[in-house]
Design a protein around this ligand. Structure first.
Ligand code: SF4
Length: 704
């Protein structure tokens, strides 16, 4: 096949009797898919950005992969495909791309890029085995890991067929700040280095949004343009599941530091229980130094640094215990937003600030002590056989001290005006967190201005048929951005029936839960399970779960699956495998659940998915929008809820054969003026019945 990036060629590829069709006896031509692929081709050629909403069933992955492959090969430039979920990445790399490799007679390479910490570091593994004084259980685990190392091709954690806990993996995984690179004795066998070589050779890189933001952050920090940061350089990005970008970017661009994290850091310097730690290693190797130097070195470690580690450990416990107490005594919410008012509380000003000051002072002494040791170490370089390893470990620890100092310093002492700060106490642990209020500026400067083309796609980008919200949200208003909406090839008129129960109380009413439980029982009994119930809170999900559990037989349900019982993936697999099942889920179940067939023929939406207004990030965003003279409900809360709602609806019809009901139990869609926007979110030709519960259930009995 000759290489061109021409509209006709892309059009022909998807045509009814052309290239793709010739590979499938049952090929279904989808004009929406063809239109999408052509639009992306055009945008790539013109170096523009594009927002494209493609309904379920469009086959959007092939629609962006084909022009991406052509563009990458013609222009000899890598293209990044970024998704939010691992499921979609696996679908692309295991199904769609191998298919296209077969269809095209073209030599192209696509690689799924994983974050560095997914890979084992052979050097750290060997070092850990050598130095750690381990309990018997851990020896067994290490023995298994050693067996696995001999046969794994990827060295990736996901390749393990047994469980390795987070703590152990932390000790043996690859980390940029601890990598010796070409000076590493295991460089040639290193799985991570091998994976990075594959990436250099690839045309298409499949990543998740997080990894892409990590790359952008490193590029910004180190002012990199053409060079490799986390990823090699690129000029075109396709964001699939683009409706999630705001959440991912907000969490990525924020800070988070926990008590547990600092304690672990201090233990990595000196772990008294396991007998490991950088300071211990330093002490050990210093025995090879000349007498005078050795004494000075060891004295420094024994008399200054080790006592400082102990003191700081006590200080961390004391400081974070005060923070936990402060939260418990003063606030009902799980997350405590650090507003001006909170920062003016007596305990905050008179106790916590003092604790922080003392902690930072000792931390600074520790960092200074380690810096001095580092200098001495460098002077004795020739006398130490393991110099490089120690130097890299010590430098990483010094760097981490700086990070802790900056994070705590900013969150407690010097909050920035465009950020929101909060505490997250959880049992014995507590985290200090921050997030930017608006990610659009970051995206503008670090992404939109630098790329030739960015494609943002998802099944849910519009609100009330407009791209305005997403465009503003992602900072696209100052750029020339094309938009396109392609519908779904599904026959929603005959496949999807929507129902709204209008006689249930308002969700704020005290009888709402009781009435909802009754309605769910009614409906699932008629449907004999085969339903997904979407909640907006765990509390309500648990209430309903307990009530249903007692009546499964009466309700004709064989299996009741509830979020939290097993992993999300396992719950979905179990639900798929068993008829007459009911699945209850909150947040993550509103999207990415793909269950075609009769197993899922009814989706119940208990409440409209508005964000929780008391969540610190949401509360601060609302305040910020209101301060700018806008109505936060109509400009933020409502559009976000509509996008989530549309995702929820989208769980039902996954193939041309699917049929079923989406039932809304929140009567605000009919009682409130904004409700109409939710109703208009149903595919345009689907039928909507608004009725009382008993009349709606009659219809459910009569029309499946
Ligand atoms: S090259 Fe880096 S990641 Fe690989 S084994 Fe060596 S230190 Fe570990």
């Amino acid at each position: 096949m000759s290489l061109k990036l021409e509209l006709d060629q892309i059009k022909g590829f998807f045509a009814p009797d052309e290239r793709l069709a010739s590979f499938f006896p049952k090929y279904e031509y989808r004009s929406e898919q063809q239109k999408m692929a052509m639009k992306i081709t055009d945008v790539f050629k013109q170096k523009k950005h594009l927002l494209i909403e493609a309904g379920t069933g469009t086959g959007k992955s092939l629609a962006y992969l084909v022009p991406s492959i052509f563009s990458s090969l013609v222009e000899e430039q890598k293209i990044i495909i970024s998704t939010n979920t691992i499921n979609l990445q696996e679908q692309l790399i295991n199904k769609d791309i191998p298919l296209l490799q077969e269809v095209f007679e073209l030599d192209f390479k696509a690689v799924l890029v994983k974050g560095r910490r997914n890979y084992v570091c052979l050097r750290r593994l060997i070092q850990y085995e050598k130095h750690a004084q381990l309990a018997a259980g851990k020896y067994d685990k290490l023995a298994k890991i050693n067996q696995w190392i001999l046969k794994t091709e990827t060295g990736c954690r996901s390749d393990l067929d047994f469980k390795v806990g987070f703590e152990l993996w932390e000790q043996i995984s690859s980390k940029s700040e601890l990598c010796l690179r070409a000076n590493c004795p295991y460089y040639e066998q290193c799985h991570f280095i091998f994976a990075r070589r594959e990436i250099e050779e690839a045309d298409l890189l499949i990543v998740n949004h997080h990894l892409l933001f990590a790359d952008l952050a490193l590029r910004k920090e180190q002012d990199l343009e053409e060079q490799t940061a986390v990823l090699p350089s690129y000029k075109k990005v396709v964001f699939d599941e683009a409706h999630n970008i705001e959440e991912v970017a907000t969490s990525y661009l924020g800070l988070k530091l926990s008590k547990e994290g600092i304690i672990k850091f201090l233990q990595s310097l000196y772990n008294f229980e396991e007998g490991i730690g950088v300071l211990l290693q330093l002490r050990l190797v210093s025995s090879k130094l000349k007498d005078k130097l050795k004494q000075r070195f060891q004295k420094r470690i024994d008399n200054d640094l080790v006592p400082l580690v102990r003191k700081l450990t006590d200080r961390v416990h004391s400081l974070f215990n005060q923070l936990i107490k402060f939260s418990e005594d003063n606030f009902k919410e799980y997350k405590v937003r650090l507003t001006e008012e909170v920062r003016n509380e007596k305990l905050w000003k008179e106790v916590i600030k003092i604790e922080v000051e003392n902690f930072l002072l000792d931390l600074s002494s520790l960092r200074q002590g380690m810096e001095e040791i580092f200098e001495e170490l460098t002077l004795a370089e020739d006398e130490l056989e393991n110099f490089e390893v120690l130097a890299v470990e010590l430098a990483a620890k010094i760097e981490f001290c700086t990070k802790i100092n900056q994070t705590i310093g900013e969150i407690i002492n010097t909050p920035q005006p465009d950020y929101v700060y909060w505490l997250e106490p959880k049992a014995d642990n507590c985290s200090l967190c921050s997030a930017p209020l608006d990610i659009s500026k970051e995206l503008e400067v670090n992404l939109l201005e630098k790329m030739d083309s960015i494609i943002f796609t998802s099944a849910t980008l519009t609100v009330d048929n407009s791209f305005d919200f997403i465009s503003k949200n992602l900072g696209l208003q100052n750029f020339t951005v094309d938009t396109l909406k392609v519908g779904s090839p599904f026959d929603y008129r005959n496949q999807l029936q929507a129902g709204v129960i209008k006689d249930l109380p308002n969700p704020k009413h005290e009888s709402f839960v009781k009435e909802v439980v009754g309605a769910i029982k009614n409906i699932v009994q008629i449907r004999e399970g085969n339903s997904l119930v979407l909640f907006t809170s765990y509390w309500m999900l648990n209430q309903v779960y307990q009530e249903l559990l007692e009546e499964l037989e009466q309700l004709k349900i064989n299996n009741l699956y509830c979020q939290g019982m097993k992993s999300r993936h396992q719950l979905i697999e179990d639900f798929k495998a068993n008829q007459r099942s009911l699945l209850l889920g909150t947040a993550s179940f509103w999207e990415g659940v793909d269950i075609p067939g009769k197993q899922l023929s009814c989706v119940l939406i208990v409440k409209l998915p508005f964000l929780v207004p008391t969540d610190p990030v949401i509360a601060a965003k609302i305040e910020d929008i209101e301060n700018n003279g806008q109505n936060a409900f109509f400009n933020y809360m409502l559009p976000k809820a509509v996008i989530k709602f549309r995702q929820g609806i989208g769980r039902l019809i996954r193939s041309k054969e699917d049929q079923g009901w989406v039932i809304i139990l929140d009567n605000r869609v009919v009682s409130k003026s904004y409700g109409n926007i939710f109703l208009k979110s149903f595919p345009s030709d689907s039928q909507i019945v608004i009725d009382k519960l008993n009349l709606l259930t009659d219809k459910l009995i009569n029309r499946n």
